[in-house]
Design a protein around this ligand. Structure first.
Ligand code: ADP
Ligand code: MG
Length: 474
């Protein structure tokens, strides 16, 4: 990929001046996070980490990622309604992975009871890297699709303005004008508002289901404020609040603290650590309810790494979307190599290949949130240890994507200003609403570019590794 800012990236004085402007602009624009030291306070905050310079992104790949987003929305929504597929695909995983098994049990339980929910809302983010081929051309490769709690749609709505200013300070006025506007917060709120409206009760609220520690609250506030501006009431509750003050009426309407809830928007609930017995009970109560869950538990399961791996098997997409051959082709074109570690010959073979050549692969458990994948020597060691045990089926293997690095500065509070070799990951937000069997809304809602230094194999912004960025199309 073109090194876009070669002339300024090594100019220490210019960089220092631009960084000072950038940090103040980020604070003014509301690119904010609570601090690690005072994670419950909003009166001591700092800027969320971001790059000094926008990163070059090949225009054709950017457009390809947008063009396939509605297909991914359709695919995830279709999978969420296909019990047979989810059952078959996750059968081996739930034997060894307790967390997925527990989610799956709730899924089966609500199906057996019969769904009270009739309106469905999906908010996802499909993440990609630009894989650099031997001939130097880059290809769009999906890393994963996040079907629950996909974050940074709020803060990223504010980063383009910051980068526009930085480019002007660096004398790049024409380039500044080319940075695209981007407002995922508005797009996500549009979907939530549509689901709220179809639920059909003026007095019902939208409930953000949030973490105990809410460092990223400002990102969520961006979406909340969009809803308030449409005169939709928003409340923030934790699983514990639902356990203590939540109930269903005879027609399974959900009430929390006496308020009827139309939409439950999960920004929590994707890691096992948050679930004690009471929180599992709260989750079950939410899933049994008539409220629109974003996502419902089936859609959360559709976002597992195991499902992703099975989708890459020849014929699977065709079976799931038989009437959409063009969508299938667009989706498949973004897939990297993905491999099952299920017991049997196929799994034995790929496990041996990965042990012999670990740098070609990433080993992924069924976890979200960054920092869980294994690479290189560690991959080899773990795989060596579990290769003959059923435990290996809780993982999948994926080809490692190798993007072309570029130089940039990662601006982080309390960190020195230094140049880093960086790679970027592009996410496209998708939003859709289904009423009964009909998709009444299906859109791409904006993008997120995250950039990290190449010394970190894994991890996102919340994990403290990647930082917010803005694409500069080349
Ligand atoms: P999580 O659900 O924890 O976010 P991801 O699959 O998104 O898991 O992986 C986390 C991070 O690891 C990604 O943001 C990316 O930086 C890196 N990563 C994941 N898969 C690959 C891959 N196939 N090649 C290179 N890097 C990868
Ligand atoms: Mg991820």
């Amino acid at each position: 990929m073109a090194a876009a800012w070669q002339d300024v990236v090594r100019d220490a004085a210019a960089v220092r001046e631009a960084a000072a402007v950038a940090v103040d602009a980020a604070l003014l624009a509301g690119v904010l996070m609570r601090t690690g030291e005072q994670p419950h306070a909003s009166d001591v905050v700092n800027y969320a980490p971001f790059t000094l310079l926008p990163s070059a992104v090949p225009r054709a790949l950017f457009e390809q990622a947008y063009a396939v987003q509605q297909d991914f929305n359709l695919l995830v929504d279709t999978i969420s309604q296909n019990k047979e597929f989810l059952e078959q695909t996750l059968a081996s995983t739930i034997k060894v992975d307790n967390f997925t098994a527990r989610l799956f049990r709730i899924y089966m339980q609500v199906l057996e009871e019969g769904l009270a929910q009739t309106v469905f809302l999906g908010i996802n983010r499909s993440d990609y890297m630009f894989d650099c081929g031997l001939d130097g051309t880059a290809a769009l490769r999906q890393i994963e699709i996040n079907t629950i709690a996909a974050s940074f749609g709020g803060l990223t709505s504010r980063t383009a303005d910051v980068h526009r200013l930085v480019l002007k300070v660096l004398g790049k006025t024409e380039e500044a004008a080319q940075l695209l506007p981007n407002n995922p917060a508005q797009g996500l709120a549009l979907g939530i508002a549509k689901a709220w409206e179809l639920y059909g009760s003026q007095r019902a609220v939208v409930m953000f289901l949030v973490e105990d520690v809410q460092r990223n609250i400002f990102d969520q506030r961006c979406v909340e404020n969009e809803l308030w501006s449409r005169n939709i009431r928003v409340v923030r509750k934790r699983f514990r609040d639902v356990f203590e003050h939540g109930s269903l009426d005879a027609s399974r309407r959900l009430y929390v603290d006496g308020q009827e809830v139309a939409v439950v928007y999960y920004r929590e609930g994707y890691v096992p650590q948050v679930y004690d017995q009471q929180n599992w009970e709260a989750r079950l109560l939410l899933e049994r309810s008539r409220a629109v869950k974003c996502p419902d538990i089936a859609t959360q399961l559709a976002g597992t790494k195991k499902v992703q791996q099975e989708l890459s098997r020849p014929g699977t997409l065709e079976k799931l979307l038989p009437r959409h051959p063009e969508a299938v082709a667009r989706i498949r074109a973004t897939f990297a190599g993905l491999y099952s570690l299920d017991e049997g010959e196929e799994g034995d073979r790929i496990a041996a290949t990965a042990i012999a050549d670990p740098d070609r692969f990433v080993l992924k458990p069924q976890r979200e949130g960054g920092g869980n994948n294994l690479y290189g020597e560690e991959l080899r060691e773990v795989l060596q240890k579990i290769k003959d045990s059923p435990e290996r089926t809780s993982y999948i293997l994926m080809d490692k994507i190798k993007p072309q690095p570029a130089l940039n500065y990662l601006l982080r509070a309390h960190s020195p200003l230094q140049v880093s070799e960086c790679i970027s990951e592009l996410g496209i937000f998708g939003v859709y609403v289904r009423q009964g069997r009909e998709l009444v809304l299906n859109r791409a809602a904006g993008h997120l570019l995250r950039t990290k230094a190449t010394e970190h194999a894994d991890g996102g912004v919340a994990a403290g590794v990647a930082v917010l960025d803005t694409p500069y199309l080349v």
